[in-house]
Design a protein around this ligand. Structure first.
Ligand code: DGL
Length: 252
């Protein structure tokens, strides 16, 4: 039996996380990308929590064995609440500052406003007192990436002007789509491989205890992509047709 894994983001950012997870962990994936309500990063905590609950209620009905919050913003704002409320384990996404701080005295953390003003991220940064962090939430960047997925070479990177000798931390999964471009100028860090490793360890630890032996509901609406006999991805929620197409175009 394959494990059922829910993956959630406000839109297409989490598709890069999904790809890292799929490469590492076999399973039946449910990708919920809430494009219709993106961006989350400029919303209030309560709004972000309420939107996240919609995805998690669906994961609950599908009886997932584990969920991945492929979104720094949701993790920063409400992962603790979601962990208390749902019976399955949840892997979150946090800015890869530990990795960047190993190599750089100065780091630029790019993330959404909600992430940068969260207590969780401030606590994380406080663990690296010797590193100088500049925090930046580029205006409108998440919307631009949602819109321009097919022409990312045209996304304006002028927000990087004036920085030098910094390690850049991509603290928003949408920004991972710009990794190759930003890497031409700076060393870049993201958390995708770390998330896949944590999911792998979690799933290994629960082998034999998968709860879908009690059959969950079927997804009512969605598109299924079967990549091989050990991985199946069902795109649900939001603009699932577009998320399916982007994933298929980029990764197959
Ligand atoms: N992809 C998300 C993140 O990692 C959120 C983007 C947004 O909707 O503002 O923070």
């Amino acid at each position: 039996m394959m494990c059922k894994i829910g993956v959630f983001d406000s839109g297409i950012g989490g598709l890069t996380v999904l790809h890292s997870c799929v490469n590492r962990v076999e399973g039946e994936y449910y990708y919920y990308g809430d494009n219709l309500n993106a961006p989350y990063g400029t919303k209030s905590e309560e709004e972000i929590y309420a939107l996240s609950k919609r995805a998690f209620e669906l994961f609950l009905r599908l009886r997932v064995d584990a969920a991945v919050i492929a979104c720094n913003t949701v993790t920063a704002v409400c992962i603790d609440r979601l962990r208390r409320e749902y019976p399955f384990p949840i892997v979150g996404t946090e800015p890869a500052v530990a990795l960047a701080a190993k190599h750089h005295k100065k780091c630029l953390l790019l993330a959404t406003r909600a992430t940068l003003s969260s207590e969780r991220v401030h606590k994380l940064l406080a663990a690296f007192p010797k590193t100088e962090f500049t925090l930046l939430a580029p205006d409108g960047l998440v919307e631009e990436i949602e819109k321009k997925r097919t022409e990312l070479s045209r996304v304006d990177l002028s927000f990087l002007n004036g920085f030098s000798d910094v390690g850049v931390v991509l603290g928003c999964t949408h920004f991972v789509w710009l990794k190759e471009r930003i890497e031409k100028f700076f060393p870049v860090y993201d958390g995708n491989e770390g998330i896949a490793s944590r999911l792998h360890a979690m799933i290994e630890g629960m082998k034999g205890t998968e709860n879908h032996i009690l059959k969950g509901e079927e997804a009512r609406e969605g598109l299924v992509l079967k990549t091989n006999k050990n991985v199946k991805i069902c795109f649900i929620g939001g603009d699932f047709v577009r998320n399916y197409e982007i994933y298929e175009q980029m990764f197959f």
